[in-house]
Write a protein that binds this ligand. Structure first.
Ligand code: LMR
Length: 333
């Protein structure tokens, strides 16, 4: 009997490490709406790779691209409920949460170029905006760049009058709603996954997006004319369920923070080239015509959209407008 007990005890000691190792990993479900082959898609996969590497497999990241788990609005609800742990929605999509201040980033021709955008988000604006999410049970980890919007329809959009009466899909921002209205068109909010079909069937006449999204969602197949206007900017907030994130063991959190910092550097370093390459690909297909604004055309668009700035005050509030104005050294009226 004693021998048997000793044998059992020895066996227990032998299997113990195996039991510890077999402990199931912490799973992070990372849901997003775009294709893998985009700046955000690649960023999510980079985070997965680094998070799993830095935690030595203690964390497993499951990436669900292309709205396979949730569409735009649903994914934020799912994050709050804890059904997913990480998202990277465009900052235009926070209004249903009651957080409207992010929409200041959608103001037309706000960022002069990629560098200006990156500078602003690294400074006080980015941090201030993230604080707005905390009360919603959401924590912001990073900003990921995509790039500047183009706009399209089945007719060339060169003058503000070309927009007259056309219906445009927008992703959620009331600022975008406003500048499309000022151009005489009719904006309509619609989930990203529904845009291709809506364009194809004529539910809407046009849309705005970056080149990488036009390419990977094949919008160019169903839009005869794309204007490379770069009139507004598309960026993402990488966010997590606060309760989940704060409940992680501190050593794991440190490793994940590092994985996120490295994945962010990577994503932001590839975004511009990804969009340049996508634009070249779109051109090569020959399925759509690319148009470029002359200086005079651009000025006419800017003048037509300018009242958005005044209107924005009532929507996003003066505080964020002042912060952005200070950070960018621009006038906001
Ligand atoms: C859109 O809905 O147009 C974008 O937010 C999609 C994306 O996430 O890039």
């Amino acid at each position: 009997m004693r021998k048997l007990l000793l044998a059992v005890a020895a066996a227990a000691i032998l299997v113990a490490p195996a039991v510890v190792q077999a402990q199931s990993p912490i799973v992070i479900k990372f849901s997003h709406v775009v294709a893998n082959d985009t700046p955000k898609g690649k960023g999510a996969l980079k985070f997965k790779e680094l998070a799993e590497k830095y935690t030595d497999g203690k964390v497993k990241v499951e990436v669900y691209p292309n709205s396979t788990l949730y569409k735009d609005k649903e994914e934020i609800e799912a994050l709050q409920l804890g059904s997913v742990q990480m998202l990277a929605p465009s900052t235009a999509k926070f209004a249903p949460l009651g957080v409207k201040e992010f929409e200041a980033l959608d103001l037309p021709w706000l960022f002069k170029d990629d560098e200006t955008y990156a500078h602003a988000m690294k400074g006080t604006v980015g941090k201030w905006l993230f604080q707005k999410l905390e009360a919603k049970g959401i924590s912001g980890l990073a900003y990921w760049d995509n790039g500047f919007h183009m706009v399209s329809s089945n007719r060339p959009l060169m003058k503000p009058t070309d927009f007259q009466g056309l219906k445009f899909r927008i992703s959620g921002s009331k600022i975008a709603d406003q500048y499309f209205r000022l151009m005489g068109s009719i904006p309509q909010i619609m989930a990203f996954s529904e845009v291709y079909q809506a364009l194809q069937t004529g539910v809407v006449d046009g849309c705005e997006n970056t080149a990488s999204n036009y390419l990977t969602q094949k919008f160019y197949e169903v839009q005869k004319d794309i204007t490379v206007s770069y009139h507004a900017h598309l960026q993402y907030a990488v966010i997590v369920n606060s309760k989940f994130w704060n409940g992680l063991p501190p050593d794991i959190r440190t490793q994940l923070d590092k994985a996120m910092a490295d994945a962010t550097d990577y994503t932001n370093s590839i975004a511009r080239k990804e969009n340049e390459d996508a634009l070249a690909e779109i051109k090569k297909t020959g399925k759509t015509t690319l148009h470029y604004l002359s200086d005079a055309d651009r000025k006419a668009w800017q003048e037509a959209m300018q009242p958005t700035y005044k209107w924005a005050k009532g929507r996003v509030g003066q505080e964020v407008l002042d912060l952005v104005a200070k950070e960018l050294d621009v006038k906001m009226n």
